[in-house]
Ligand binder design. Structure first.
Ligand SMILES: [Zn+2]
Length: 71
């Protein structure tokens, strides 16, 4: 009997107290160019349609790629 009470108590504690603090969902930051996948920090950013690229060429490349994916 004592064992059952103990199990219930442990279960109750486990439900009330989160063992691990869940990591908060971090908004994914775009760090790489979507055209050539190079890091965007050191190079000039080319901003189009809410996305970053390192150059217009890479932007066009990504646009064409996304078009192909939609087909
Ligand atoms: Zn690029």
């Amino acid at each position: 009997m004592v064992e059952e009470v103990t199990k219930e108590a442990v279960a109750a504690i486990a439900e009330k107290v989160p063992v691990k603090a869940e990591p908060q969902p971090v908004a994914e930051k775009q760090t790489n160019c979507l055209g050539c996948n190079k890091p965007l920090k050191k190079i000039k950013k080319y901003y189009r349609n809410g996305k970053f690229f390192c150059s217009k060429r890479c932007w066009l490349k990504a646009v064409e790629k996304s078009k192909e994916e939609k087909k």
